[in-house]
Design a protein around this ligand. Structure first.
Ligand code: NAD
Length: 538
C-alpha cells in the first residue's frame, strides 16, 4: 500500500471542486520569467514547451529538411549570408537582448553577435568545399579497379542544447555548421537566457529562410524531449548534465558530442613577459565574469617571478570597473548569470579562506544583483574547491611552483582537460610544454584565441567533453553521416574471382596477389602452394 491510498474502510472524500481560474491556470502552458541578473527586473517570458510541442516541431522540421539538403551548400550559402546581413543590421538590438538577460557589460554583449557573424561567414562560404565528395587513393594496386568515394549526407535533424554564458554565440557555434551541412536544427537554449536564441529565430524568419531552424524554450524536460526526437545531439553545458545526455543518447543509439566544464590552468614561467601575463590572465579570468568555459581558473607561477606577477595581477584585477552598463560602455565586469553561480563562487572563496587562503582583492558580493567582485586568491592548494572544482566565476587562485615540471604536474592534476595557457619568453619551450598538458587546446602567451580560430578543433579531454567542435572541414562533416561508395572503373565480367562457387586455386591466386601487393616481398606469396594446387578443383 502506498501512503497516498486511503486506509481500508475509511470513508472516501469527495475531490475538492476546482475554480474556473484554477482550471484555466492548470491548462495554460507554464511560463518562464527571464530576469536581468544585475537588476532583478523581468525582461521577458517564454513558454515552458512540452514534450509534445518539441515532437511537433521536429516533425515539421523533417518535412522541410530534404529540400534544404537538396539545394546544396551553395543554395544554403545564400540564406546563411542573408542571416549574416541580418545579424549585422540588428547588432544593437541583439546586444540589448543579450545584455538584458545576462547582465553583461555592453562590450561583452556586442561580442556575441560579432562572433556569430564571423562564424556564419566562415561556414557559409566554405561548406561547398568541406562537403565535396572525397576520392581517397586505394590502399593497394588491387583496389585500383574501383573509384572510391566518401559522400557526406547530413543527419536530418540535429538537436542543439546550450548553456547561458554566451546566449547567442554558443548556439551559433553549433547551429551554423549544422545548417551549412544541410541538417535541420532544433535549438533548446538555456532557460536562464532563451531570449537571444529567439532573436536568432526571428532573424531566420525575417529573411524568409526555409523553416529548417526552430527554437524550443524550457528547462531540462524540454531538453530531454529534444534528445528523444533528434538524430544527432550537440550539447554544451555542465559535466553533470552532459553525463545524463550521454546516457539518454545511448538509450536511443543516436550519436552525440558533449562540450563540458573546465578548470583551465595558466602556467607563468620565469622567462615570461610578466606584464603581458598579468594583463592576459586578468582578462582570461575575469572576461564575462569568469563565465567562459575556457576561462583561466587557476594559475601556477615559477618562484622567481611569483611576487612580481601576483602584485601586477592584483593591481589589474583591482582596477576593473564593475556595474550595469546601458548602451554606453562603462564597465569591464557585470553580474553573474544567476544566483546559483554566486552561491558557488562564494562557497569556493569561503572554503579556501577557512583553509588558510588569503584574498588579495574581491572575495565578496559586489552589492548589486548577482554580481561578485573580481577576486584574487593566494596561499591556495589542491585540497581546496577553488582549485579543483569548476568555479565558472570571477576568481583567480594563484600558486607558486618551484619549476616547469611542478607546474606541468599540477596543471595536469585535474579531472578536466578543456584548455590551458603557457606564458614564456621562449616559444619553443611553450610548445614543448603545451604537448605535455592534458588539454584540448593550449594558447601560448594568449587567452581564448583558439576559440576564434575556426579552423582548429575545440573539444575537451577527460571530463571536459566527448567529441568536439572539430573546426574546418570536420566542423560541418560532424553533422553528416559518411557514406562509402565504390564504382567499377573497368568493364565488369560475369563473376568476380571470389564469387561462388569456391575454387581453391582461385583463392590462392587472389591471396597471393594480396600478399604481393600488401606484404613485404614476393617470398611471402607462397608460390609453391599455388603451383601445387594448379589443376585441382577446376
Ligand atoms: P547545464 O548543464 O545546467 O545546462 C545546459 C543546458 O542543458 C540547458 O539548456 C539546460 O536546460 C539543459 N538541460 C539540463 N538538464 C537536462 C537534461 N536532463 N536533458 C536535456 N537537457 C538538459 O549548464 P549551464 O549551467 O547552463 O552552463 C554552465 C556550464 O556549461 C559550465 O559547466 C560550463 O563550463 C559549460 N560550458 C561548456 C562549454 C564548452 O564549450 N565546453 C561552453 C560553455 C559552457
Amino acid at each position: 500500500m502506498t501512503n497516498t491510498e486511503p486506509a481500508p474502510g475509511a470513508a472516501k472524500k469527495a475531490p475538492a471542486r476546482k475554480t474556473t481560474a484554477q482550471q484555466a491556470a492548470e491548462q495554460a502552458p507554464a511560463v518562464i520569467e527571464v530576469r536581468n541578473p544585475g537588476t532583478g527586473a523581468v525582461v521577458g517570458t517564454v513558454p515552458e514547451m512540452s514534450a509534445d510541442d518539441v515532437a511537433a516541431k521536429v516533425r515539421e522540421l523533417r518535412l522541410f529538411q530534404p529540400e534544404w539538403e537538396a539545394i546544396g551548400p551553395n543554395g544554403r550559402k545564400e540564406w546563411l549570408l542573408k542571416l549574416q546581413d541580418w545579424l549585422i543590421d540588428n547588432t544593437d538590438t541583439i546586444a540589448d537582448v543579450v545584455q538584458s538577460e545576462t547582465g553583461k557589460p555592453r562590450v561583452d554583449s556586442l561580442i556575441d553577435p560579432a562572433f556569430a557573424t564571423d562564424l556564419l561567414g566562415y561556414y557559409a562560404r566554405r561548406a561547398a568545399k568541406f562537403l565535396a565528395d572525397d576520392h581517397p587513393s586505394p590502399h593497394s594496386p588491387l583496389a585500383r579497379v574501383k573509384k572510391l568515394t566518401t559522400a557526406y549526407k547530413p543527419y536530418p535533424v540535429v538537436g542543439v542544447i546550450t548553456p547561458w554564458n554566451f546566449p547567442l554565440a554558443m548556439p551559433a557555434l553549433d547551429v551554423f555548421p549544422a545548417l551549412a551541412a544541410g541538417a535541420a536544427v532544433i535549438l533548446k537554449p538555456s532557460e536562464v537566457t532563451p531570449l537571444s536564441a529567439l532573436e536568432m529565430a526571428r532573424g531566420w524568419a525575417e529573411i524568409g529562410a526555409p523553416p529548417v531552424f526552430a527554437v524550443v524554450t524550457g528547462a531540462a524536460a524540454t531538453g530531454a524531449a529534444v534528445i528523444e526526437n533528434a538524430d544527432y545531439v550537440q550539447f554544451t553545458g555542465s559535466t553533470a548534465t552532459g553525463r545524463k545526455i550521454a546516457v539518454a543518447c545511448a538509450e536511443r543509439m543516436v550519436p552525440y558530442s558533449l562540450e563540458l566544464g573546465g578548470k583551465d590552468p595558466a602556467i607563468v614561467l620565469a622567462d615570461a613577459d610578466v606584464d603581458r601575463a598579468a594583463h592576459g590572465i586578468a582578462f582570461g579570468g575575469m572576461f564575462n565574469s569568469g563565465q567562459v568555459c575556457i576561462s583561466v581558473e587557476r594559475v601556477y607561477v615559477e618562484a622567481p617571478v611569483y611576487d612580481e606577477f601576483v602584485a601586477k595581477l592584483t593591481a589589474n584585477v583591482k582596477a576593473l570597473r564593475q556595474g550595469i552598463d546601458g548602451r554606453e560602455s562603462k564597465h569591464e565586469v557585470g553580474a553573474l548569470a544567476n544566483e546559483n553561480q554566486t552561491t558557488i563562487v562564494q562557497r569556493h572563496v569561503d572554503e579556501a579562506v577557512a583553509a588558510g587562503a588569503k584574498v588579495l582583492t574581491g572575495g565578496k558580493r559586489a552589492g548589486f544583483g548577482t554580481a561578485f567582485e573580481p577576486t584574487v586568491l593566494v596561499d591556495v592548494d589542491h585540497t581546496m574547491s577553488c582549485v579543483t572544482e569548476e568555479t565558472f566565476g570571477p576568481t583567480l587562485p594563484v600558486m607558486k611552483v618551484a619549476d616547469e615540471a611542478e607546474a606541468v604536474r599540477l596543471a595536469n592534476d585535474s579531472i578536466y582537460g578543456l584548455s590551458a595557457t603557457v606564458w614564456t619568453g621562449d616559444k619553443e619551450r611553450g610548445e614543448r610544454i603545451a604537448r605535455q598538458l592534458n588539454a584540448g587546446a593550449v594558447n601560448i602567451n594568449d587567452v581564448f584565441v583558439n576559440l576564434f580560430s575556426f579552423a582548429l578543433p575545440m573539444g575537451g579531454w577527460g571530463q571536459s567533453g566527448v567529441g568536439a567542435r572539430w573546426g574546418g572541414a570536420n566542423g560541418v562533416r560532424k553533422y553528416c553521416r559518411q557514406q562509402a561508395i565504390t564504382t567499377p572503373l573497368l568493364p565488369t565480367q560475369e563473376k568476380e574471382l571470389f564469387w561462388f562457387p569456391y575454387k581453391m586455386p582461385k583463392l590462392l591466386f587472389a591471396v597471393a596477389a594480396m600478399r604481393a601487393a600488401g606484404a613485404r616481398g614476393l617470398r611471402r606469396i607462397d608460390l609453391p602452394a599455388v603451383l601445387k594446387l594448379k589443376g585441382d578443383n577446376k
